[in-house]
Design a protein around this ligand. Structure first.
Ligand code: SAM
Length: 234
């Protein structure tokens, strides 16, 4: 784990913040929200096959780290077809939002099948959350930030609806700091957007442009090329 941003330029094992991070583009591709919605309407029926078990170790590692308390109000941004919904403790209150109607239908079927009653679902755009400021103890975006059209707007909305002292959690793959891998991810990104994500989201640029300082960044999943980024709202 590392803490960041005590100074203007910080290097660590996990992240290097250079002086142009606040202005450079986050990815070589940009996508509109309508495009993302159409992609997820199209892939919803095969989502579990592609992203179910492959990304599950990171979901399990994260839920352990979250240590959710009884009666905590949790917001899951981009709840998808509800894979995480089964992992929350039954005594917290979860609101799951997603853009895609088909993904939410899948989530509702999953909740019904498993008799989960502490998760409610709403169709909503994460760039414009219809919740009051300071509404949630925990705001969690698993595998979503590199999917949305505007990652900075989304994390700012997550921050807004989180209560002071609450946590904002981003679980995501970011551009590799390894030069060759990073180049490959940049080359692949125009293709991967058609299956639902950008492969080259730039973490230091994302943090600088969101003007948020994480308290920790941990590598998770297998292989450990996904990051669990934790912020606390002051
Ligand atoms: C890769 S899936 C992640 C689903 C789930 N969190 C998981 O762990 O499998 C990304 C989800 O984000 C949703 N999404 C994309 N853009 C969104 C937006 N602007 N607002 C809300 N949800 C969005 C997609 O519809 C999709 O269900």
């Amino acid at each position: 784990m590392v803490s960041l941003f005590g100074q203007e330029s910080v290097s660590s094992d996990d992240v290097v913040v250079s002086s142009d991070a606040a202005t450079r583009t986050l990815s070589v591709v940009s996508v509109e929200t309508g495009f993302v919605r159409r992609v997820y309407e199209r892939i919803s029926s095969v989502y579990d096959l592609i992203y179910g078990w492959t990304l599950h170790p990171g979901r399990l590692q994260t839920i352990k780290r979250l240590s959710i308390d009884t009666d905590d109000e949790v917001l899951e941004v981009g709840v998808g077809n509800g894979i995480n919904a089964l992992l929350y403790p039954p005594d917290c209150h979860v609101t799951g939002i997603d853009l895609s109607h088909s993904m939410l239908e899948g989530a509702q079927r999953r909740l019904d099948r498993h008799g989960v009653s502490n998760v409610r679902l709403k169709q909503m755009d994460a760039t414009n959350l219809r919740f009051a400021d300071d509404s949630f103890d925990l705001v969690y975006a698993p595998y979503v930030i590199s999917v949305v059209s505007d990652p900075v707007a989304v994390v700012k909305e997550m921050h807004r609806v989180c209560r002071p002292g609450g946590r904002i959690i981003v679980l995501n793959h970011f551009l590799s700091e390894h030069k060759v891998l990073g180049r490959i991810e940049r080359l692949l990104s125009p293709l991967t957007v058609h299956v639902g994500f950008k492969a080259d989201l730039d973490l230091p640029a994302f943090l600088a442009q969101a003007e948020l300082d994480p308290i920790s960044i941990e590598k998770v999943n297998i292989p450990r090329i996904w990051s669990l980024v934790t912020f606390v709202k002051h």
